[in-house]
Design a protein around this ligand. Structure first.
Ligand SMILES: [Zn+2]
Length: 199
């Protein structure tokens, strides 16, 4: 059926390349776009193009930043630069930031170690993290997800840290095993952050 609608076929093909868009939803999204006002679709396309060209990774923590080399968290004079919270992705950074209890800096790894999917240490920002651990950083909080990959990633980083003088901690229990921070409520993340245990 789609072969008779080449433009729609092309749209569906592009939507199918997007992660997190379940296959059954691809047709719903395509249908929604086709039924939308052309002005609205144009604004959406322009917003995507604009964001893609304006936003890039912070040179220090790999959070997203716009116009500047460093993100607003790294540049803030109010943040405690002696503490770094290590997260897998930007989604977890947002989840922790929304709780409003953490006032240090972050480091976004870009995922977790997963050899079966070809994600090794070189695919993550681990070397950049180790290089950030100068004498000023006194505490490292591993907030990688409580999944086998997240645990393995924290263990790997810990094994690569030669100066063990800083405090290293892991988010406390309360974080359900196998879950991801992104989908946890603020109270759970806040308690996990308060009750973090030494690594
Ligand atoms: Zn930053």
């Amino acid at each position: 059926m789609l072969s008779q609608l080449p433009s729609l076929q092309k749209l569906v093909r592009h939507l199918q390349r997007l992660p997190y868009l379940a296959s059954k939803n691809v047709f719903k999204v395509a249908g929604h776009l086709l039924a939308s006002d052309s002005k609205v679709v144009e604004q959406l396309c322009n917003a995507i193009i604009e964001a893609r060209s304006a936003i890039h990774r912070c040179q220090a923590c790999f959070n997203w930043t716009e116009k500047q080399d460093f993100c607003t968290i790294c540049l803030s004079v109010k943040r405690d630069k002696t503490v770094i919270c290590v997260v897998e992705t930007w989604h977890e950074l947002i989840a922790i930031e929304n709780v409003g209890e953490f006032n240090g800096l972050y480091h976004v790894l870009g995922g977790a170690l997963c050899p079966l999917e070809g994600v090794g240490p070189d695919q993550l920002t681990i070397v950049a993290l180790i290089n950030r651990l100068d004498g000023n950083v006194q505490e490292l909080i591993f907030a990688t997800n409580p999944t086998p990959e997240g645990e393995a990633t924290a263990s790997y980083i810990w094994s690569k840290i030669t100066t063990k003088t800083m405090i290293c901690s892991r988010l406390a229990s309360g974080v359900p095993i196998g879950s991801t921070l992104e989908f946890m409520d603020r109270v759970t993340i806040g308690k996990a952050m308060q009750g973090r245990r030494p690594y």
